[in-house]
Ligand binder design. Structure first.
Ligand code: PEP
Length: 252
């Protein structure tokens, strides 16, 4: 039985003080509603300490949105996994489509970061997903297969316990356009079959696959009802407690 995993990617929003105030409100709301799914929030790097302080002792996980592919050194402006771990951050989102498209991140670069994160004992939410043009030209499976196998290259079966995959069709991110639950479930089933062929049925069955792309309070229940959808990676709607709480309590 896979435990539902709801995550909020704050992107480049929330100063440290705004993030701390928001986290306080979120924590209180989640505790009052007795949220019993796994919940994560990913603030910008500089906002992490303030949010981690507020969420200390709560079950809400604080994650990073990115990290560098080196342990330390002359990489101006970058953040190493050890720095995140020193803040108590043990989870990192990698391969988000905004990083792929705006910063040119390739599958092999994401793979290097993913292997380093796992080597450092961290958990990873690995994002994959196709553009509209790729979907409309019938290349959905080819794109997912290339991304999944490229990003998981040389990751062992045992290490897969640290990996969550987020299926995020690029055309549904921040657009208000969601994949239908059926389309999303089909893509998730395909990702699961890829993982089964790369590893084993057992690993594929235990893999948490989140859906991301304009998830909100109105569509989360139908998405989460699908067999292969185990959670959500939420952007816009994770920036408001009023919008994020009903996503966390989708089943109630
Ligand atoms: C995201 O950035 O991962 C995302 C899914 O954004 P949104 O929910 O705003 O579409």
């Amino acid at each position: 039985m896979r435990k539902a995993y709801i995550a909020g990617n704050w992107k480049m929003n929330m100063t440290p003080s705004a993030g701390a105030a928001f986290a306080k409100e979120l924590r209180a709301a989640a505790e009052k509603a007795a949220v019993d799914v796994k919940v994560m929030v990913a603030p910008p790097f500089v906002t992490i300490p303030a949010v981690a302080e507020v969420l200390k002792g709560s079950s809400i996980i604080v994650a990073a949105q990115n990290m560098n592919d080196h342990e330390s050194g002359a990489y101006t402006g970058e953040v190493a996994p050890a720095m995140l771990k020193d803040l108590g951050v043990n989870t990192v989102i990698l391969g988000h489509s905004e990083r792929r498209s705006y910063y040119g991140e390739s599958d092999s670069f994401i793979n290097a970061k993913l292997r380093l994160a796992i080597k450092e004992g961290m958990d990873v939410v690995l994002c994959v997903g196709e553009t509209l043009e790729e979907r409309e030209s019938g290349r959905l499976e080819e794109v997912l297969s290339t991304q999944v196998s490229g990003c998981l290259k040389d990751v062992s079966a045992a290490e897969m316990a640290h990996v969550t995959i987020a299926y995020e069709p690029v055309w549904a991110i921040g657009t208000g356009r969601t994949a239908t639950p059926e389309d999303a479930d089909a893509a998730h089933a395909y990702i699961r079959s890829l993982v089964a062929s790369l590893y084993s049925d057992d690993i594929a069955q235990n893999l948490i696959i989140q859906y991301g792309g304009s998830v909100n309070a109105s569509n989360v229940k139908a998405l989460m009802a699908k067999e292969n959808i185990d959670g959500a990676l939420v952007g816009g709607a994770s920036l408001s407690v009023e919008k994020f709480l009903p996503i966390m309590t989708f089943d109630k």
